[in-house]
Write a protein that binds this ligand. Sequence first.
Ligand SMILES: O=C(O)CCC(=O)C(=O)O
Length: 434
Amino acid sequence: MADDDKSLSQTRDLLSRLDASVLRDCCPPLVALDSVEARLIGRLLHAFIAATRDDPGAGPASASASSWIGSYPALGALHDRIWEKLNTGHWSAVALTWRQFYALVSLLKLKYLLALTTRCAADERWAVWPDLIKICDMGSLMGYPLADHLLNRLAAQLARMLWHGPPASKRALHTNFTPLASRKIRAQGRAQALPVKQDLSILTFVSQYRIPARSVLLVGAMADWPAMTPGPHQWTLAYLRRVAGYRTVPVELGSKYTDPDWTQTLMTVNQFLDEYVLTPKPPQPRGYLAQHPLLEQIPELSADILIPDYCYTGENEDADGVDINVWFGPRDTISPLHTDPKHNMLCQVMGRKYIRIYHADQTPRLYPHADFLLSNTSRIDLERPDFDSFPLFKEAEGFECVLEPGDMVYIPPGCWHFVQSLSTPSLSLSFWFN
Ligand SMILES: O=C(O)CCC(=O)C(=O)O
């Protein structure tokens, strides 16, 4: 059996055996439901699973239970209904049950479509693969990690199969792309150079920077990362397309999160690269794949990086306590002046970034928003500071640095930072730790 066929049949086996375990995961919330509609949807899903369990390849039409629901359009209608629930009101108020349903319906759609692919010619089958990966990612991002992140694992497996599939399924990689530099640093106001260190020992880091909560730039600190080393795992756009191109990720749209027209959407990494990084078309808003745990979504990327030893100088004994997020985009993405509650090592993998730092003792000169949700964000727009409204800002003592590939900057908890990308592309990883 060819490798692809073997993976395909393993995927199908996995899916055909999942019903019991997924239902076990779902049953407690289904039983505990207080909404009539959710209970009804729960029953329909049970019926759908029962109807398709024995013979997924034949499709549900032949099954006896709930025959009216036994069709893909019916499953699609359920999917749309649940999607509507996920998009009504604030995300934090969406009941967990709807997210579990969404994950379950995504799994069922995948199972159904995969079963149908057995009847397709190979080229037709590959053509639907990106859609299958998208179903898994949407179910995983908007849904719930049912059955030990099964949807995410399936997405990874399907993406790998697609990459190793027929050449026609591989996208052309941009070879004629010229990196772009930013026209100017946008932050106004006085600042002095941030202290720079090389080969900083853990002891010195702790005594001179971590304990007194002072920021420092560590140059050349990522030299041993496979992601930074020429070779098969070096992070280039081509590599990211190969490993992550068909995966769906959240993208922020707008110049910065404090702007009223700022919003978020979901798209594949390939689409983000094509439309927002390589050839953005003004006046479309700037796109930023910001603060996303991409390494959790695509665990094979974790093998390409090393968690800085500095992250283990506090309560964290292992990688579990370190939150890793990716910040990827074109030049001139802006993260306005804000603080975070954890220690941070912000590491630059591709391109360059400008960082403005104000230590926590400068807070009275930085005018945090009064609104609780924005209380970690300054009211000062560093690109156009209004000195009349915020006169103390003139006295704020800031530091600045430019992160080059391979550099990392330590940002203590509560320390104000403003970040602007200076190149297309720019990719950083933040490591938040205790
Ligand atoms: O890189 C950025 O745009 C912002 C990074 C940041 O704010 C952080 O790592 O906490």
